[in-house]
Design a protein around this ligand. Structure first.
Ligand code: TYM
Length: 347
């Protein structure tokens, strides 16, 4: 048994049997409404894994203030995001759902890990380079040390697995490097996490600029989980394809069509050869409307359930408060362990 594994005792018939589950940690920024990209790249897997793993899912509001936010919008989005987590099928009985700023250990461990992270490592992060281009007037220190806070998120919970889209792979790899470095000096403090990146849906592209990732900053190329059916229909109808007319999966040469096929595959679970055979000989118009209709079907119950949950703020508050309490217990244990190793006097 590893120190990191979560132990539960379950009754199996007449005898007590110990079930040891591995732990998962992941999070999403409340920097905008949740998108089809974050659903297909991350949340879909969070849900699929919640029965086999001990899952901790976070709303990472500390990360979000690396870019200026309107406080009222941030508050509303955190609440909506929690409702959406639950509406997407994350069960608060099975997973810990909480808000990052409610567990101060994240910021505390982040400081410590920052002292074990090199300037050069952070300078090489693709997301930092992209974001500093996009927000050239506000290249703050938080934006630069963002991946250290992400490492703290993951390592506090001794996570074995981190389900994310492909764009976060580099950050998880840096987290592994930081943890390994720390462990090499102080012994086995942190579990070294593995990224869990889906085969299909790891990189959903923009509908109107299919060479770029689907992102909240580009509303026409992006489907939001709360979009109305008519908006989803319109966005798919206008999706950029190519003039070649053939239905083939080739992201380098046919990014638009390949993206539509990937979305369809992620939405239905069907494999690519079957999907291509099914649409073979049909026009792009038919493909776009089939993908749009499938996405509308998937998002309808999520939208309705989110709207229902948002009417019950008290319930949502109970969930995030209980989540923070449970998260804190785990996080505190790891933080105190690091304090001891570093030579800090006990509190
Ligand atoms: P964020 O908030 O940008 O995105 C949340 C998750 O959604 C995935 N994703 C996508 N997947 C496929 N296609 C897309 N177009 C797409 N857009 C987003 C992301 O890969 C991610 O999994 N730094 C993280 C948040 C974070 C975190 C963590 C994640 C903070 N701490 C600890 C894991 C563990 C971020 O900005 O994700």
């Amino acid at each position: 048994m590893t120190e990191t594994a979560n132990q539960e005792t379950a009754k199996n018939g007449t005898e007590n049997q110990e079930i040891i589950k591995k732990r998962i940690f992941s999070g999403i920024q409340p920097s905008g409404e949740l998108t089809l990209g974050s659903y297909m790249g991350a949340i879909r897997n969070w849900k699929a894994l919640q029965d086999q793993y001990d899952c901790v899912y976070c709303i990472v509001d500390l990360h979000t203030i690396t870019v200026r936010q309107n406080p009222a919008d941030l508050r509303r989005r955190c609440m909506t995001q929690l409702a959406q987590y639950i509406a997407c099928g994350l069960d608060p009985e099975k997973c810990i759902l909480f808000i990052q700023s409610h567990v101060p250990e994240h910021a505390e461990l982040s400081w410590i890990l920052g002292c074990y992270t090199q300037f050069g490592e952070l300078s090489r992060m693709t997301q930092f380079k992209q974001k500093s281009q996009r927000h050239a007037d506000n290249i703050n220190a938080g934006l630069f040390t963002y991946p250290v806070l992400m490492a703290a998120d993951i390592l506090l919970y001794q996570a074995d697995l981190v389900p994310v889209g492909a764009d976060q792979k580099q950050h998880v790899e840096l987290c592994r490097d930081i943890a390994t470095r720390f462990n090499n000096i102080y012994g086995n403090i942190f579990t070294i996490p593995e990224p869990f990146i889906p085969e299909v849906g790891a990189r959903i592209m923009s509908l109107n600029r299919p060479e770029d990732k689907m992102s909240k900053s580009d509303p026409e190329g992006c489907v939001f989980l709360l979009d109305k059916p008519e908006d989803i229909k319109r966005k798919f109808k206008r999706a950029v394809t190519d003039s070649d007319g053939r239905i083939l999966y080739n992201p380098a040469e046919k990014p638009g069509v390949s993206n539509l096929l990937a979305i369809y595959s992620a939405a239905t679970g069907e494999n690519m050869p079957d999907i291509i055979a099914r649409f073979d000989g049909q026009g792009y118009g038919q493909l776009k409307s089939a993908v749009g209709d499938t996405v509308i079907e998937i998002l309808k119950p999520i939208r309705e359930e989110t709207e229902r949950l948002l009417k019950d703020k008290k319930y949502l508050e109970e969930i995030y408060k209980a989540g923070a309490e449970r998260a804190s217990k785990i996080a505190r244990k790891t933080l105190l362990k690091t304090h001891k190793k570093l030579g800090f006097l006990p509190r």
